[in-house]
Design a protein around this ligand. Structure first.
Ligand code: TYD
Length: 216
């Protein structure tokens, strides 16, 4: 009798997005732990700082609040390009579930809707940086900016915290527009709900996408 074929694992790419203080990192790590508990190979990373180069870029961005918007866009795109090539693509090719705390939509929301760079320009740059890899699911943790910023008081990264509320309102509007335009790959979750409720809502959506990862 021939050995049964090893189950084919379909890679899955889940991205968490949202404004300041929306709880993305907590939920991304929580999802990663939950997947590991049921024996699924997953990896959690962060855009821009999921590589050493990305961390250097983040440090540089933190030191100067004066970069022109285009410079800021290129720096995030450069970090994303390397993160995709070195971390995300290899993990997906190995059949892992990849979870990223921010990805290409952050540039559309912050540098596009927030800073006012043409969305088409950002989309072209994102295509180049991601090599065309698109998330299977983008979880938008939606929170009114005043509430999110209040949660992040005292946080070390304050490049955008000094922006007025109107900047953060534009970022939020951008996220909501993107999510509503592509409801099949975005899910909007109210980030003011209790953390456990948010985790359950995210799990309900992810669990439905997991069949390709279980042995058949
Ligand atoms: P970070 O410390 O990771 O904050 P957060 O917990 O909110 O993700 O800082 C990332 C900051 O960089 C955040 O304010 C959003 C911003 N950002 C962009 O403006 N464009 C981008 O493409 C990315 C990835 C992040």
């Amino acid at each position: 009798m021939p050995e049964p074929a090893a189950p084919v694992r379909r890679p899955l790419f889940v991205v968490f997005e949202g404004g300041e203080g929306s709880g993305k990192s907590t939920q991304a790590r929580g999802l990663h732990r939950r997947l590991q508990r049921i024996g699924l190979s997953s990896l959690v990373t962060r855009d821009p700082c999921g590589t050493e180069y990305g961390r250097a870029i983040e440090r540089r961005l933190k030191r100067s609040k004066q970069f022109p918007p285009a410079t800021e866009l290129f720096m995030f795109a450069a970090a994303r390009s390397l993160l995709t090539a070195d971390v995300i693509r290899p993990a997906l090719l190995a059949g892992a579930i990849v979870i990223s705390d921010r990805y290409a939509p952050s540039s559309v929301a912050y540098q596009g809707y927030g800073r006012g760079i043409a969305l088409g320009t950002i989309e072209s740059l994102n295509r180049l940086a991601t090599g065309g890899i698109r998330p299977d699911l983008i979880v938008l943790l939606d929170i009114p900016p005043d509430k999110g910023l209040a949660r992040k008081q005292g946080d070390a990264w304050d490049r955008f915290h000094h922006e007025g509320l109107s900047f953060h309102d534009k970022v939020r509007k951008g996220y909501l527009e993107m999510a509503r335009a592509e409801p099949y790959c975005w899910t909007i979750v109210d980030a003011t709900l209790p953390s456990r409720t948010i985790a359950a809502l995210i799990w309900a959506r992810v669990a439905g996408m997991l069949s390709g990862h279980f042995p058949v």
